[in-house]
Ligand binder design. Structure first.
Ligand code: ADP
Ligand code: MG
Length: 292
């Protein structure tokens, strides 16, 4: 490998918003066989917004309790709920007690009320009956939305639909990778129905949908593909993605993502356009060809 061609290659990458942390990563990017894409903030814009609130029982005062339960959460879904409540003129107080339940939601106490916000599994495990919401839940999920359930004192109160727009460039980028015979996967903590709907929208086959993955298990999914003999690239933006980015043969962070993800990755895609993934692979191939 001549240092000059590596330098030219990394320079060309930088001009296009592809930042390789070192020449070895430019070399390592060739021959990638599988690309795992995080959903939120990678395939999608990462700016979730509440689109629908289905009231099972309760009123605006009850919704204020739900928003308060989310106030101390740093999850993007929590931000969406708070923003929505604020837009509706609902005053959002601080909870007396708060606990984040990784990959599932939040539990909080506000005044004398016990509030739970999160997945079906979270509520069901606390003995809350959710079957009456199943139909509306599935309807939201089939639209690619994340449906969040909210309960107060053991009673289901609201189903909140939260949507995040797919980046306009994602479908094209995924198609370009698939045309180069690269297997593309979607990996998310979100539920399977929502993940499948987003996958359909961007042309990822159902067999390549990896959903309901707890943050601590994302790296295991990378390792699983590696054990099948594949050279794997992981692309993500979140703190949750950092171990998987480190485990992958090549980790690619979205430049608008968290610092933790950028630090764990080998490459940063500055603007977050996924077309830079196939571009990076082509650049690597071309550079290595010039070397030999
Ligand atoms: P991801 O960031 O990939 O969507 P997470 O593991 O962070 O996955 O969360 C998985 C699921 O847990 C979310 O889709 C949501 O249903 C639920 N969840 C997590 N945090 C919250 C929260 N603060 N409020 C409501 N639901 C939450
Ligand atoms: Mg993400």
């Amino acid at each position: 490998a001549t240092p000059t061609s590596i330098m030219v290659g990394t320079g060309r990458g930088a001009e296009n918003g592809i930042l390789f942390k070192g020449g070895e990563y430019l070399e390592g990017t060739q021959g990638i066989q599988a690309v795992l894409l995080d959903k939120t903030g990678t395939i999608t814009e990462g700016r979730p917004r509440v689109t629908d609130v289905k009231t099972i029982s309760g009123d605006e005062r009850d919704f204020a309790l739900i928003a308060a339960a989310e106030k101390r959460s740093e999850h993007p879904l929590a931000e969406a709920v708070i923003a929505y409540a604020t837009e509706q003129g609902v005053e959002v107080n601080n909870p007396n007690q708060f606990e984040a339940i990784t990959g599932h939601g939040v539990q909080a106490s506000i005044d004398e009320s016990d509030v739970l916000v999160g997945t079906r599994k979270l509520l069901t495990e606390q003995g809350i009956e959710v079957t009456q919401a199943e139909e509306v839940l599935q309807q939201f999920e089939d639209e690619g939305k994340t449906a969040v359930l909210a309960a107060i004192d053991g009673q289901l109160r609201f189903v909140i639909a939260i949507a995040d727009t797919v980046k306009s460039t994602s479908k094209q980028a995924i198609e370009a990778l698939q045309n180069d015979e690269i297997d593309v996967y979607i990996m998310t903590g979100d539920n399977r129905r929502t993940a499948s709907a987003v996958a359909r929208e961007v042309g990822i086959p159902e067999a390549n949908v990896i959903a309901e993955v707890l943050p601590q298990h994302k790296a295991d999914q990378v390792e699983k593909l590696q054990q099948e003999g594949k050279k794997v690239a992981m692309v993500g933006d979140g703190i949750n993605d950092a171990p998987a980015l480190a485990m992958a043969d090549i980790g690619m962070a979205i430049g608008t993502g968290t610092d933790v993800a950028i630090e764990a990755a080998d490459v940063t895609l500055v603007g977050g356009d996924l077309n830079n993934i196939p571009k990076a692979i082509k650049l690597s191939k071309k550079t290595m060809r010039n070397i030999r």
